[in-house]
Ligand binder design. Sequence first.
Ligand code: SF4
Length: 72
Amino acid sequence: MHKIKGVFCLNSKCKHYFEDSCMLIQETGTVNISKTGKCEDFVAGEYIGYADRSDLTSVAIDPETLEVVFID
Ligand code: SF4
């Protein structure tokens, strides 16, 4: 087993996966990868950040009336 400090992971079926990132690495600094290349910290599930979407709102933007503000 190897402790890895950075990994690009797309395993959206893992409880630690959030938006193309491993939140376990964000929280603890490492993940454990086996000699055969498998992540030993994989936990099936959904990251807590995806759990409550009830307060999200969809908006439609009209490009004709959209104003762009440049900030120095
Ligand atoms: S724990 Fe492993 S499988 Fe899960 S998101 Fe992190 S690197 Fe990917």
